[in-house]
Design a binder for this molecule. Structure first.
Ligand code: GLN
Length: 343
């Protein structure tokens, strides 16, 4: 007579075999795991340690079903993906008008680390380029650096449902080599766009980039936005619902660095990538996608991650502006995921 534990694991293995969406993701994974293009980020030695073959795909629906394939537990640094979420916190701290007086929302078409400000207003172009992200980090409230970092980490916990650590060697490397980011901060201080707590703000920025996440966390971050700012598993609110659209729209226009226009055109799913190899992508009202694969293209986006999002978008008609009948009906495919209890 099998015990209830055996029955449970039998049930979940049957689910794993029969879920059409998981099978679909397995096929995508198999198709792209052997795609050996791109280059792992190596501007600091710690990032160069990432294995090019690491590859994970996780999808979490807005009602909390989860589907994962590959290396979804492997931790890596969130890097630029943090920028979208810290922007959300800055909006909660100060409101739209004030934040917008410090950081514009215009795509640049320039590389993420370019040293350029809007000539008319001296504002950085958007919160997704480094200058704009540093100006955004400057806005995070807290009575000292510890409290500001604590607020950031608590925010990420609300989105993902778990505690996050900082990769300290990455943080220290970013801090000791980040002259370009330091230059941007001083340029913005010169124009009175940020406060004079430069070292504290840069530390916060380098720390936010060094937060450790896995592909599941990226899917949860996105699924929480897709679900109107409420984590679909814990049911905790991660961000004021008024600002969810701000975060998602900036992801669409600026989230994929200077490939954002092409991404919006071809994939049409608001997303943010990081040089650690992650992509988080939000299909509003439906689901969140998290992908992890370290090799990047020339613009800094994960090559396998791009492919996965492209195919999901095409096969299930997930492009925001798609009005044609998709090849596959998402609702019919999304059966048999791991429910909230299996999380
Ligand atoms: N820490 C990196 C930097 O500031 C962020 C890079 C990224 O993911 N684009 O340069």
């Amino acid at each position: 007579m099998p015990n209830s534990g055996d029955l449970q694991s039998l049930a979940s293995s049957i689910t794993a075999v029969t879920s059409p969406f998981r099978n679909y993701l397995n096929d995508l994974y198999d198709k792209y795991r052997s795609l050996n293009e791109g280059k792992v980020a190596d501007y600091i030695p710690e990032l160069a340690l990432a294995k090019p073959e690491w590859f994970g795909i996780c999808v979490v629906t807005a009602d909390g079903q989860m589907f994962e394939v590959g290396e979804c537990q492997q931790l890596f640094t969130i890097q630029s993906i943090s920028k979208a979420f810290v922007f959300g916190l800055a909006l909660e701290d100060h409101g739209r008008e004030y934040v917008n007086s410090k950081v514009s929302v215009e795509p640049t078409g320039e590389a993420f680390n370019s040293i350029v400000l809007d000539e008319a207003t001296n504002r950085p172009y958007n919160p997704m380029v480094n200058a704009g992200a540093i100006a955004t980090a400057d806005l995070i409230k807290g009575k000292n650096s510890t409290e500001r970092l604590k607020r950031l980490l608590e925010m990420f916990k609300r989105y993902t449902g778990r505690e996050h650590d900082i990769n300290v060697p990455v943080f220290l490397s970013e801090k000791s080599t980040g002259y370009r980011n330091r230059a941007m901060a001083y340029l913005m201080l010169n124009f009175g766009m940020i406060s004079d707590k430069i070292d504290e703000t840069l530390d916060l920025y380098f720390q936010q980039c060094s937060i450790l996440v896995n592909a599941k966390d990226l899917a949860m971050l996105a699924a929480t936005l897709a679900n109107g700012g409420i984590n679909p598993v814990t049911k905790e609110r991660a961000i004021d619902e008024r600002y969810v659209q701000d975060v998602i729209s900036i992801m669409l226009t600026c989230g994929m660095y200077d490939a954002s226009g092409e991404w919006a055109y071809r994939v049409g799913i608001p997303a943010k990538s990081g040089v650690g190899g992650g992509i988080t992508a939000v299909v509003p009202g439906k689901l969140g996608i998290g992908t992890f694969s370290p090799p990047l293209d020339a613009k800094g986006n994960s090559i396998r991650g791009i492919k996965v999002c492209e195919y999901l978008s095409k096969d299930f008609g997930l492009h925001l502006f798609n009005v044609a009948k998709p090849e596959r009906d998402l609702q019919q495919w999304l059966v048999g995921g791991d429910g909230i209890n299996d999380w």
